[in-house]
Write a protein that binds this ligand. Sequence first.
Ligand code: HEC
Length: 102
Amino acid sequence: MLSASVVASVLVFVPSAMAADAAKGKEVFEQCSVCHNADSEEKKMGPGLKGLFKKAKMANGKAPTEQNVKALINAGGNGMPGYQDLLSDEERDNLLAYLKTL
Ligand code: HEC
């Protein structure tokens, strides 16, 4: 059984100051928008990202879970640059928060 102190320390470590910020993510997305529409599914260089997280699967056949989308953004591939070293963790989290609003 979890003791109250364990539960309390877990709660303390939920970093509210680091909560992902979709508005900042939208700014990060500007560098993606050369290749991706955010307001439609219409293809530019890459697929339109409207409703991304509601899709059954992405072009690479994987489900659009947070983990898979993050991995794809990091790795790139098939004409998409990899963003592993181009984005900070914070930028990537904000970007993900923004993508979920599409
Ligand atoms: C130079 C053009 C280019 C840029 C810049 C780019 N992408 Fe892409 N992206 C692509 C292409 C092309 C694909 C399709 C890859 C495939 O078919 O497997 C893709 C695929 C994706 C997918 C999968 C969509 C799906 O439905 O399969 C996501 C999500 C994505 N990109 C997000 C981003 C984000 C976020 C950024 C900015 C950090 C970004 N891309 C920047 C070209 C680009």
